[in-house]
Write a protein that binds this ligand. Structure first.
Ligand code: PLP
Length: 397
């Protein structure tokens, strides 16, 4: 019999993927399931990016590349950090990997010793806690409720820091809450970090271009240059450029950290795909005007979804500043009896019931460390969203 390694005993395959698989299975039986589970844009990778990949192949750029990315890609990444974030990096401070997910994995593998603590504001993207555990670290989960805008407070951070703390992970705008930290929210947190020189900061800016209502994204290492020497700033092309399948993410940080991360990368993927790297250059250096159009399209969908959810008795939904997720409270329907006679005991029960009887797939908050909620991904067309909202409303009625 196969015996899995102890290090994966407490981990499972992502619940989001499991829900997607269940939706696909029901769909195969002829059910019209609307899936608001997956976190990827519904539009296609822009043509100029695809063309760049094709041209790279024609030029023969189909071989192994430098471990941490081609010189040309690093130039594009450095340009992006400088232009959009006000951050200056040397090529030795940049690493490109097979998705931002691998950047995070490399960083944790390269830095955590058994028992080292990583502070993760909750709700969080599931990968954060699972990767920390996989690497022998201890996730320190700090609940950040809707009333505090799903944002970590300075006092909470101060209390969570111990001598064993290695990292604070910050993600803004956030998956799953859509909450974003403006400069005024970041400042008190960065002040706490200035007093705790042993704590490093991992910043995940994946959704920086998907923000609404004039929200100004600012990245911590630019806001507080004194922290740049212990900050890893992570980004990627998946969400902004609709390139989730290309698998290309990157990070900028201190050279010693990047060097250690490259050791991990050298024995896992060697380097991201040469073709994806060429495509990413086109994404970063190419036209950026469509980003604002996409964000506006997402805003209309956000408004539709948040208003619909918030109007349903038993549910409540805070208006997110960014990303393409709404994170609604469902405490008001927990404990209710369904027409079939079942009591919905948890958010998981509620989401499973929505899938089975209302044909809508959403992800329970428990999967993101905050029970009593569920996440709706609104990266889909307006008609589909309207259908889904009507079904959830009817079910809750
Ligand atoms: N960071 C956050 C917050 C995400 O939600 C995701 C994807 O869901 C990623 C990083 C990973 O992106 P990539 O496709 O580059 O691995």
């Amino acid at each position: 019999d196969f015996r899995p390694a102890e290090r994966i005993e407490s981990l499972g395959v992502s619940e989001i993927l499991a829900i997607g698989a269940r939706a696909a299975k029901l769909r195969a039986t002829g059910r019209d399931i609307v899936s608001l589970g997956a976190g990827e844009p519904d539009f296609d990778t822009p043509d100029h990016i695809k063309r760049a990949a094709w041209e790279a192949m024609q030029r023969g750029e189909t071989k192994y590349t430098a471990l941490t990315g081609t010189a040309a890609l690093k130039t594009a990444i450095i340009g992006k950090f400088e232009r959009e974030n006000g951050l200056t990096f040397e090529p030795s401070q940049i690493i490109a990997s097979t998705g931002a997910k691998q950047v995070i994995y490399n960083a944790m593998m390269a830095s955590l010793n058994p028992g080292d603590e990583v502070i993760i504001p909750t709700p969080y993207w599931v990968t954060y806690s699972d990767v920390v555990e996989l690497c022998g670290g201890v996730p320190v989960l700090v609940p950040c409720a809707a009333e505090q805008g799903f944002r970590l407070g300075a006092d909470q951070l101060r209390e969570a820091i111990t001598p064993r703390t290695r990292w604070l992970m910050l993600n803004s705008p956030s998956n799953p809450s859509g909450a974003a930290y403006a400069a005024e929210h970041l400042r008190p947190l960065l002040d706490v970090l200035l007093e705790a020189p042993h704590v490093w900061l991992m910043v995940d800016d994946m959704y920086e271009h998907i923000v609404y209502d004039g929200f100004r994204h600012v990245t911590p290492a630019a806001l507080e240059p004194a922290l740049k020497g212990r900050t890893l700033t992570i980004n990627g092309v998946s969400k902004a450029y609709a390139m989730t399948g290309w698998r290309l993410g990157y990070g900028g940080g201190p050279e010693a950290l990047v060097k250690a991360m490259s050791v991990i990368q050298s024995q896992s993927t060697s380097a991201p795909s040469s073709i994806a790297q060429a495509a990413a250059i086109a994404a970063l250096d190419g036209p950026q005007d469509f980003l604002a159009d996409r964000a506006e399209a997402f805003r209309l969908r956000r408004d539709l979804v948040v208003a619909a959810l918030d109007a349903i008795p038993g549910l409540a939904c805070r208006t997110p500043e960014g990303a393409f997720y709404a994170f609604a409270e469902c405490d008001g329907v927990i404990g209710r009896r369904t027409p079939e006679g079942r009591i919905l005991e948890t958010d998981r029960d509620f989401c499973a019931w929505l899938m089975e009887t209302a044909d809508v797939a959403v992800v329970p908050g428990t999967a993101f460390g905050l029970p009593g909620h569920f996440r709706v991904s609104y990266a889909t067309d307006t008609e589909t969203l309207k259908t889904a909202m009507a079904r959830i409303a009817a079910a809750c009625r």
